[in-house]
Design a protein around this ligand. Structure first.
Ligand code: NAD
Length: 259
């Protein structure tokens, strides 16, 4: 997959899946703006990209705020002049049962996972429409397709929102030659996953290793994803090879959910 000449914006790029996507895209030849609420970690991602010989930019922004999204896009445009691909990856959750969830959980989760994803998409599309070209890749989750092992119901609803938004945005932005797709990861070994496991282990009185082993038994292919497994799909969806693929939500989950 060749992304040379592309300018890419990756959100939540300070660690985990976002960082893996930023690095994989740089390896495929793209220049990358890496954004995160954690200004320190995103600087490390940007220097790793520069180490690969690509142009990079580290941006700190809280993507739950539309004003900060506007500032981030303006800073990116000032440096790179355009956005070819947006990887809408930043997200939050916490492990909790449905009856323990609060209004604060709803607001905190949907502020980033649904509102942030929508306004990043809309603001990036604003830059793409005049150029009649663009790719938008939203990182959803199999939680949005009914995965029984989801971290919580509010998170699942926020990822369902991302999948629906992807389909409607693909229809409405398609005439401008903008492809919009979602990737739905299953179990990915990141800080988010380790924290979910830690809480599950605490509540169930088991070790995190036991919890992980029992979760992996439910995966038909019997292994978890590394962040790079998600990045490989993202690189494909940003590449010329997927020019007629749009409005889809692809699982990368080892077969955990069958649809
Ligand atoms: P992570 O917690 O390791 O990384 C998330 C990154 O997003 C962090 O660097 C964090 O600082 C950043 N972020 C959080 N809130 C932000 C905000 N308001 N503004 C800007 N940046 C913010 O998580 P991860 O596992 O790499 O997950 C990345 C995405 O993949 C998320 O959308 C998550 O829901 C999704 N996902 C993860 C898994 C998994 O098993 N890890 C499974 C399915 C989907």
């Amino acid at each position: 997959m060749n992304l040379s000449g592309q300018v890419v914006l990756v959100t939540g790029a300070g660690q985990g899946i976002g960082k893996a996507c930023a690095l994989a895209m740089a390896k495929a030849g793209a220049d990358v703006a890496a954004v995160d609420i954690n200004g320190e970690s995103v600087k490390e991602t940007a220097s790793a990209i520069a180490g690969l010989g690509r142009r990079s930019l580290a941006l700190r922004a809280d993507l739950g705020s539309v004003a900060e999204i506007d500032r981030m896009v303006a800073e990116m445009i000032a440096v790179f002049g355009r956005i070819d691909t947006l990887v809408n990856n930043a997200g939050v959750t916490r492990r909790a049962d449905i009856m323990d969830l609060t209004e604060e959980d709803w607001d905190r989760t949907h502020r980033v996972n649904a509102k942030g994803v929508f306004f990043c998409l809309q603001r990036a599309a604003r830059e793409m429409i005049p150029r009649r070209s663009g790719r938008i890749i939203n990182i959803a989750s199999i939680a949005g397709k009914g995965y029984a092992g989801t971290s919580n119901a509010i998170y699942a609803a926020s990822k369902g929102a991302v999948i629906s938004l992807t389909k409607t945005a693909a229809q409405q932005l398609g005439p401008y030659n903008i492809n919009v797709n979602a990737v739905c990861p299953g179990i990915v070994r990141t800080a988010m996953w380790r924290e979910i496991n830690r809480i599950s282990a605490e509540t169930e009185g088991r070790s995190p290793e036991e919890v992980e082993a029992s979760k992996l038994e439910t995966v038909p292919i019997r292994r978890a994803n590394e962040p790079e497994d998600i990045a490989d799909m993202v690189v494909f969806l940003a590449s010329p090879n997927s020019r007629n693929v749009t409005g889809q939500a692809f699982n990368v989950d080892g077969g955990l959910v069958p649809h």
